[in-house]
Design a binder for this molecule. Structure first.
Ligand code: DOR
Length: 430
């Protein structure tokens, strides 16, 4: 048994925000009270000053396994996830081969279980090979444990094909996760179309390239009734469209990444830092302000990293040919706590909703609540922990972080998955 002493326990699902002791027995919470005395043989962990919450889920990561294990594999991926404070991750299907069969879904789940760290929930492809031409084996993947379906990386280009996907998926009670990008508008674009693309003389990726597909997919949701989750929204107008869809009562949700919350196109200078090349691109100050407001007011359901590991040679090159993506699993919690929670802009309870409650709801995973009899799956954050974002800080196999060089305050110190401690004082358990 393990006794967690004196943490501030925050779980809006059970109306809890108070300093408590939590006793773990096996995989569940055996007791939760103001003061619990330790009996013989109980391991006591002092959590004073820390915040204990239901385990965090990052519902948008790329683990590159199988096919691109030189960037990240499932072992290094779950290690980075644990270091970042996560108990669960959902992996995108743009592996090689593409995750579009039941067997490939089962492979990722089983491989994840081997390491006993963060749990892996694969997202299956919508179309075979993410080619946008024929349906992937969606029923088979659902049977094997896929938690959602997406052609993330580029999206389904044909509206007719997307309609077929959504009609088909709607029978399985799983969300379609849309990477909204109309490639006829974004072709060759490497940076937001606007001031920065003009200043640096690079091809632009216009806001409309995203928004036109957000409009399309919301209308397809209205037509088919299929739950729609809009991935990595990056513009103020995309957010307005999602808000309107929700007001219309449609089953539409969305997510935002820390790079779209805390960086703008103005961060890309003539030093051409390719770690700032992401898809969708960094946008304007106006977009960032709207997205932060949307996260605070709950219009944005969750925060995800879009953890996109790439090897040094894929980033250490001209901006135009560098791969899109930044790693993020190990900086999301520090960025949110530093920039929003510690500044009093985002309450801890909203952080819990965005990082633990909503992702589970959207992916149809069992809820995790901090209550007696509940699953002992927790993320414990030290709001005062200092994080220097250097290459050495990362457990990920790749180091392509848009946030290198930053100093942040607040990070996960301890993580429990089903009663097992996977992060101990900031260090991933052996
Ligand atoms: O920046 C990105 N990188 N955005 C995506 O949608 C895909 C990802 C990747 O797979 O590298």
């Amino acid at each position: 048994m393990v006794l967690l002493k004196g943490a501030r326990v925050v779980d809006p699902q059970v109306g809890l925000d108070a300093v408590k002791d939590v006793l773990i027995d096996g995989t569940t919470v055996a007791a939760l009270d103001d003061v619990i005395e330790a009996s013989d043989g109980v391991e006591v962990i002092d959590c004073a000053g820390k915040v204990l919450m239901p385990g965090f889920v990052d519902m948008h990561v790329h683990f590159r396994d199988p096919g691109f294990e030189y960037k990240e594999d499932i072992q290094t991926g779950v290690t980075a996830a644990t270091h970042g404070g996560y108990t669960d991750v959902a992996t995108m299907p743009n592996t090689n081969p593409i995750t579009d069969t039941g067997t490939s879904v089962r492979y990722q789940i089983d491989r994840g279980i081997e390491f006993g760290l963060a749990r892996v929930h694969p997202i299956g492809a919508l179309t075979h090979g993410e080619e946008g031409e024929s349906l992937a084996e969606i029923g088979d993947m659902t049977m094997e444990g896929a938690c959602g379906f997406s052609d993330d990386g580029h999206g389904v280009q044909s509206a007719g094909m997307m309609r077929t996907c959504m009609e088909y998926v709607s029978q399985f009670d799983r969300p379609v996760i849309a990477h909204c990008e109309d490639e006829s508008l974004t072709a060759n674009g490497v940076i937001n179309e606007g001031r920065a693309s003009t200043r640096l003389g690079m091809f632009g990726w216009p806001a409309l390239g995203e928004e036109i597909e957000v409009i399309r997919d919301i209308e397809l949701c209205r037509l088919t009734g299929c739950p729609l989750h809009v991935a990595h929204i990056s513009t103020a107008r995309s957010l307005d469209l999602v808000r309107q869809a929700k007001a219309d009562g449609l089953p539409v949700t969305c997510e935002v990444t820390p790079h779209h919350l805390f960086l703008t196109e103005e961060n890309i200078t003539d030093s051409y830092n390719t770690n700032l090349k992401v898809n969708p691109p960094l946008r304007t100050r106006n977009d960032v302000e709207a997205l932060i407001d949307g996260l605070i007011d709950g219009s944005i359901d969750c925060v995800v990293s879009d953890h996109a590991p790439h090897a040094a040679h894929e980033k250490d090159c001209e901006f135009e040919i560098a791969y899109f993506g930044t790693i993020g699993l190990e900086t999301t919690v520090p960025l949110l706590v530093s920039n929003l929670v510690n500044r009093g802009l985002l309450p801890w309870s909203r952080l819990v909703e965005a990082c633990a409650v909503k992702p589970r709801e959207i992916l149809r995973l069992d809820p995790v609540k901090v209550e007696v009899g509940g699953e002992a799956t927790f993320t414990i954050v030290d709001p005062c922990a200092e994080v220097a974002v250097t290459q050495d800080y990362f457990d990920s196999k790749s180091k392509n972080s848009a946030f290198l060089g930053m100093r942040l305050t607040g990070a996960a110190s301890d993580v429990f998955v089903d009663g097992k401690q996977t992060l101990v004082n900031g260090v991933v358990a052996e």
